[in-house]
Write a protein that binds this ligand. Structure first.
Ligand code: OAD
Length: 265
């Protein structure tokens, strides 16, 4: 497998040709793409005030039903942190790529909304979003307010808001452990894996299914898969190319080397 371990060295010419000539590019991102924006990972988010809580115990429907203010408050706090962060060059490079290839499908496992803020309008959010809460009882969407209104500085959370339609409790809009992915989003992602000719896998351990299936589906159909990650992952054994480096180093460089005359960055 052609490998590049330095973000700015010339990337394999076969990869750059495939990038320039691809008809449908699938980009799958995970927590690593937002790491350089300062978004705490699932576990990092547990430092400080919330350090005594186990994520596996908070990110379940049962946890919410048992203690709605605790779970709502934890997500309100995470949302407040995310809103303080900015998209990084990796998010922006992906938005630029959408203008360089005939078709790009962006699938993310992240719930932070940074791809949209970087200018990617149509994002398939496999694990939902911190910014789209909805009613636990009737599913009606709820427009989130300023998160600072929902969690006190001492970390004592307020109860979740009530649904404007049925008065049920509003829940975070993320997919919890034990819940199915949103069917329409998953179908669109799977369709992309079945029609793309190139996949960029960015900043994901590629361990969590079914998201991890997507590059494998594309590979078995003959698409090339590019793994972009500073560390080794299980996908390395299958990937067509591996670019070792952080997302914010590699993705802008990939755009620059792919279209050297376009003057990106
Ligand atoms: P992980 O935390 O499992 O993996 C993050 C990956 O990003 C690792 O492979 C790191 O090596 C890599 N990484 C770290 N910094 C990076 C950087 N600056 N640039 C590029 N890569 C970097 O996160 P995910 O794979 O996204 O699900 O996790 C998938 C799902 O597991 C999450 O969406 C969450 C969790 O259970 C749900 O909450 C449903």
């Amino acid at each position: 497998m052609p490998t590049s371990s330095h973000a700015t060295e010339p990337y394999p010419s076969e990869l750059l040709t495939r990038l320039r000539t691809c008809r449908h590019l699938l980009v799958l991102t995970g927590a690593g793409v937002s790491q350089e924006s300062g978004i705490p990972t699932f576990r990092d988010a547990l430092n400080g005030l919330w350090g005594r809580f186990d994520p596996a115990q908070l990110a379940t429907p049962e946890a919410f039903d048992a203690d709605p203010p605790l779970v709502w408050g934890w997500y309100a706090w995470r949302r407040s942190q995310v809103l303080l962060c900015e998209p990084n060059p990796a998010h922006r490079a992906i938005a630029v790529l959408a203008d360089r290839v005939p078709r790009l499908t962006l699938v993310t496992q992240n719930v932070d909304g940074l791809h949209q803020r970087a200018g990617s309008p149509a994002v398939l959010e496999l694990h939902g979003s911190l910014h789209r809460p909805y009613c636990r009882a009737c599913g009606h969407p709820h427009i989130p307010s300023d998160p600072q209104c929902e969690v006190s500085l001492e970390g004592a959370p307020l109860p979740p808001p009530r649904c404007e339609r049925c008065r049920g409790p509003v829940r975070p809009g993320v997919v919890w452990f034990g819940e199915a992915l949103p069917a329409d989003v998953w179908d669109a992602a799977e369709t992309a894996a079945n029609t793309c000719d190139l996949v960029l896998v960015v900043g994901t351990s590629a361990l969590v299914y079914p998201a991890a299936e997507l590059p494998l589906t594309a590979l078995t159909r003959g698409a090339a898969v590019v793994q972009i990650n500073p560390d080794r992952t299980d996908l390395d054994d299958f990937a067509t190319f591996r670019l070792g480096g952080t997302a914010a180093q590699v993705l802008p460089e990939l755009v620059r080397q792919g279209w050297p005359d376009a003057g990106f960055g």
